[in-house]
Design a protein around this ligand. Structure first.
Ligand code: KIV
Length: 263
């Protein structure tokens, strides 16, 4: 695979070719995913749940994410490395800039931040300083207590319209990528068609430009109830590299996600 950059993702969107994204938190899994062809790796704050065993992402610190970013950066190969800003990094523009700076110094090539249109100033300032930003909308796990659980967002027309407007505002402010989590497939399609920037989906239907899953879900090792948008690719593979490859190929061929994975 040629080195994946933001321009690669933009070109894939223009060509109508989907791309695959997967979480990775260390060098070995980053290398395995990159060698399987996965275009984007995410050091997600989901590490709080799948590595640290918490019930939410809120306890994850900037130091935790910097540590895992340094690890994943060693194995990322040609994949693009996106990294999550942890809970409360979006509290002020100054804090966003400082925390994003720490992640970029640790090896991030793009930062992801959860929130809504009110993050426009922070995203504008990051973008002015050359930091590519992915804005995470829809189900934002850092606000799980306000949302009352991990629930599908944008089911009614007003909320769907608000999410679409937020995505437009943040893309205009300088977000290079939008990530939509747990929204109806119709909204995933509407946002993808409305924006020039690549849109990544998780539980957002088959029509977004990219798809992302948590590595542990792809390998079928997540404890407890698995969400509907997840598929265990290990069930059809001989080894971990094979599972990542199968996921990548199914995304590229638009076989994943299927209707049963959507809302
Ligand atoms: O932290 C994470 O792994 C994420 C993905 C679920 C998109 O944000």
């Amino acid at each position: 695979m040629k080195t994946v950059t933001l321009s690669t993702l933009q070109a894939l969107k223009r060509a109508g070719e989907p791309f695959s994204c997967l979480t990775a938190y260390d060098a070995t899994f980053a290398r395995t995913a990159s060698e399987a062809g996965i275009e984007v790796l995410l050091v997600g704050d989901s590490l709080g749940m799948v590595l640290q065993g918490h019930t939410s992402t809120l306890p994850v610190t900037l130091d935790d994410i910097c540590y895992h970013t340094r690890c994943a950066a060693q194995g990322k190969g040609a994949s693009l490395l996106m990294v999550d800003l942890p809970f409360m990094s979006n509290a002020t523009t100054e804090r966003m800039l400082e925390d994003a700076g720490a992640l970029m110094r640790a090896g991030a090539e793009m930062v992801k931040v959860e929130g809504e249109a009110w993050m426009a100033d922070g995203i504008r300032e990051l973008s002015r300083r050359g930091v590519p930003v992915c804005a995470h909308l829809g189900l934002t796990p850092q606000t799980v207590h306000q949302l009352g659980g991990y629930k599908v967002q944008g089911r009614d027309a007003d909320h769907a319209e608000r999410i679409l407007e937020d995505a437009r505002t943040l893309a205009e402010a300088g977000a290079s990528v939008i990530l939509l989590e747990c929204v109806p497939a119709s909204l995933g399609r509407a946002v993808t068609e409305a924006l020039d920037v690549p849109v990544i989906g998780i539980g957002a239907g088959p029509d977004t430009d990219g798809q992302i899953l948590v590595m542990h879900d792809v390998l079928g090792v997540t404890g407890g109830r698995t969400p509907r948008f997840v598929k265990n690719f290990m069930a059809e593979a001989d080894d971990i590299q094979g599972a990542f490859q199968r996921y990548h190929e199914d995304v590229k061929a638009r076989r994943f996600p299927a209707e049963e994975h959507g809302f």
